[in-house]
Design a protein around this ligand. Structure first.
Ligand code: PMP
Length: 357
């Protein structure tokens, strides 16, 4: 605390990202990175973009990237917004679309950055409790008559639970809330969900947010994007152009275009993650874990007889890191990123020592 801090800074409770330890030989299953690495074509494109041209600013509109994303998703470039990681895209969505007189709504168990953005932008919010099995009940997002709703946001699949809400339920939500902006954060959708992007053509209040950090294995490049009606995209552009004209550098634009266009690498690696996830779930269940059905590149599991924070600590002492949240309703769960087959096998055999088989 310093007397030079603004009142806004004094009131902030910042997000705490999963740690990025510098230790060698760590089995790192704590931040939902993709173990297979980026498309070799993306790496080549990044190398090719590294040169004299870095003296010039990048394209402030990242037009080439918007076109590649638009082609891939069957929309127009004017329906695409790109940002420095989907966290930045989400931040702009909070300020540009979700800041209204009525409180915005998100699940009580969800991506823990959402309340942080509400703190930063002084947005009123209410949480909507998930069912006991951590599924979302769409009807619970309806407000009593006369009460305003400033907007709705949640990840699908949800984080950190991994649970998927079927597309039909998303459509029911949109039909029930035509006057509120609805933001669906599809950071993990490529690992088992059906994207809501096609619904953006029919629902002008829907914004779908994606990232290249997970299924494209480019967390280090920082690229995210949103797809929606051109009017919603314009709101994000207005914020971006009042904040940072060049959120994506030349390397990020080049690498992201090549990654989006490498269908073969994308399909092969995401299918490998899905196959390993299914094996990991079966192995964890053999050890007595209860695992939430996951459509993401992580699983959320609890053991009825073993305290989650102690297990996380014991794993850590054996150089395996997973994520544990000290939060209501989920403090007995561990969130485990799906790594390679070898990493998951190391996790399972170590857990066997810790919890017994
Ligand atoms: N949404 C969700 C649900 C996430 O878990 C994450 C990753 N922490 C993000 C968005 C942000 O990802 P990125 O900024 O790397 O695109």
């Amino acid at each position: 605390m310093s007397r030079f801090w603004s009142d806004v800074v004094k009131g902030l409770t910042p997000y705490v990202p999963g740690e990025q330890p510098k230790l060698a030989n760590l089995v790192k299953l704590n931040t939902n990175e993709n173990p297979y690495g980026p498309s070799p074509r993306a790496l080549e494109a990044i190398s090719a973009a590294t040169g004299e041209s870095l003296k010039l600013y990048p394209d402030p509109n990242a037009e080439q990237l918007k076109l590649a994303i638009a082609r891939y998703h069957g929309v127009e470039a004017r329906n695409v917004f790109v940002g420095n990681g989907s966290d930045e895209v989400l931040a702009h969505a909070f300020l540009g679309l979700l800041k209204h007189p009525g409180p915005i709504l998100f699940p009580d168990i969800t991506y823990s950055f959402y309340p942080v953005y509400c703190g930063l932008y002084q947005i009123d919010y209410q949480t909507v409790p998930l069912r006991d099995d951590f599924s979302i009940r769409v009807a619970d997002f309806a407000r009593p008559k006369g009460e305003k709703c400033g907007g709705i946001i949640f990840p699908n699949p949800n984080a950190p639970t991994g649970r998927l809400l079927p597309l039909a339920d998303i459509e029911a939500l949109l039909q029930a809330n035509p006057d509120s902006p609805v933001v669906i954060d599809e950071a993990y959708v490529d690992f088992g969900g059906e994207s809501a992007v096609p619904l953006t053509a029919r629902y002008p209040n829907l914004l779908v947010v994606h990232t290249l950090s997970k299924s494209r294995s480019l967390a280090g490049l920082r690229v995210g994007f949103a797809i929606g009606h051109a009017d919603l995209i314009e709101a994000l552009e207005r914020i971006k152009n009042s904040f940072n004209s060049y959120p994506l550098d030349r390397l990020a634009i080049a690498g992201a275009v090549a990654a989006i266009e490498d269908h073969e690498h994308f399909e092969r690696t995401r299918k490998a993650v899905i196959a390993t996830r299914e094996k990991l779930v079966a192995d964890l269940e053999m050890l007595g874990y209860e695992v939430i059905p996951s459509a993401a590149n992580f699983v959320f599991a609890r053991h009825p007889q073993h305290d989650a924070s102690q297990t996380a600590l014991a794993l850590r002492q054996r150089s395996i890191i997973v994520r544990h949240f000290k939060l209501p309703r989920i403090d007995q769960h561990l969130r485990i990123t799906v790594g390679t087959d070898e990493q998951c096998a190391a996790l399972v055999s170590t857990l066997k020592d810790i919890v017994g088989s």
